[in-house]
Design a protein around this ligand. Structure first.
Ligand SMILES: Nc1ncnc2c1ncn2[C@@H]1O[C@H](COP(=O)(O)OS(=O)(=O)O)[C@@H](OP(=O)(O)O)[C@H]1O
Ligand SMILES: Nc1ncnc2c1ncn2[C@@H]1O[C@H](COP(=O)(O)OP(=O)(O)O)[C@@H](O)[C@H]1O
Length: 220
């Protein structure tokens, strides 16, 4: 007998199947998961793939770290300003290991729904922990998770430093910054590795699109 104090929820099957949505879209639903250091080029390359595929008529969407951390995974400070201190502490996410894990779990879950909706879903998160990325992969169906490692050397990311965060991390003004005083666990067998310090973002985007095409994700 189920514990009557625990909430009981069941999964609701959609009236329109994923296969029907994919047929209408003319391509598969898939999650293309970009991972790499801050400044490695995840957002830039994901954006270039998005624009190129959109121009080809594909149904795409990008989930980007900076945007998600304004809403779904807002920081404790942001939520405190909107809903009070207690709410911020309870539901806000920072950059400690547990909070990053919860961030990736939430995003993985959203990406899974978008994939089910038949979208070519692109995500751009540092996602520094292998176990967190692997958990998203495991939750998705076979072939639905395409891991793209944006492998840009730390020195290059630090030189780019578009938000001035590396400078702050080096000065001790930010603690637990990935690559400086927090770990980044590189993927062991990603579907694709991009040398993000060496090539033009458009060229890197073409490599991603070629991979999707050659693995049948883009349809006929
Ligand atoms: N401590 C620390 N470590 C790493 N990054 C930090 C940190 N604090 C703030 N930022 C900024 O937040 C962006 C990373 O957010 P993510 O949601 O992608 O991070 S994570 O996947 O939960 O690790 C990251 O954005 P990107 O530069 O786009 O990767 C940073 O701008
Ligand atoms: N392949 C590339 N070559 C040169 N500069 C790049 C490349 N990819 C990104 N950049 C630049 O590096 C900076 C960080 O890129 P961004 O996409 O925001 O990285 P991330 O999303 O990984 O933090 C931006 O100023 C961007 O214009």
């Amino acid at each position: 007998m189920p514990d009557p104090t625990q909430p009981q929820v069941v999964w609701h099957e959609q009236a329109v199947s994923r296969a029907a949505r994919e047929k209408l879209n003319g391509h598969r639903g898939v999650v293309v998961w970009f991972t790499g250091l801050s400044g490695s080029g995840k957002s830039t390359v994901a954006g270039a793939v998005d624009a190129k595929l959109h121009a080809l008529g594909a149904h795409t969407y990008v989930l980007d770290g900076d945007n998600i951390r304004h809403g779904l995974s807002a920081t404790p400070q942001m939520l405190a300003e909107r809903h009070g201190e207690e709410f911020g502490k309870r539901f806000g996410l920072g950059f400690g290991a547990e909070d990053r894990t919860e961030n990736i779990r939430r995003i993985g879950s959203v990406a899974q729904l978008l994939c089910d909706a038949g979208l070519l879903t692109l995500t751009a998160f540092v996602s520094p922990y292998r176990a967190d990325r692997d958990a998203v992969r495991a939750a998705l169906g076979e072939g639905d998770f395409v891991e793209v490692f944006v492998d840009t050397p730390l020195e290059v990311c630090e030189r780019r430093d578009p938000k001035g965060l590396y400078k702050k991390a080096r000065a001790g003004e930010i603690k637990g910054f990935t690559g400086i005083d927090d770990p980044y666990e590189a993927p062991l067998s990603p579907e694709l590795t991009l040398a993000g310090g060496d090539a033009d973002p458009g060229v890197l985007a073409d490599r991603v699109i070629e991979h999707l095409r050659s693995t049948g994700k883009l349809g006929d």
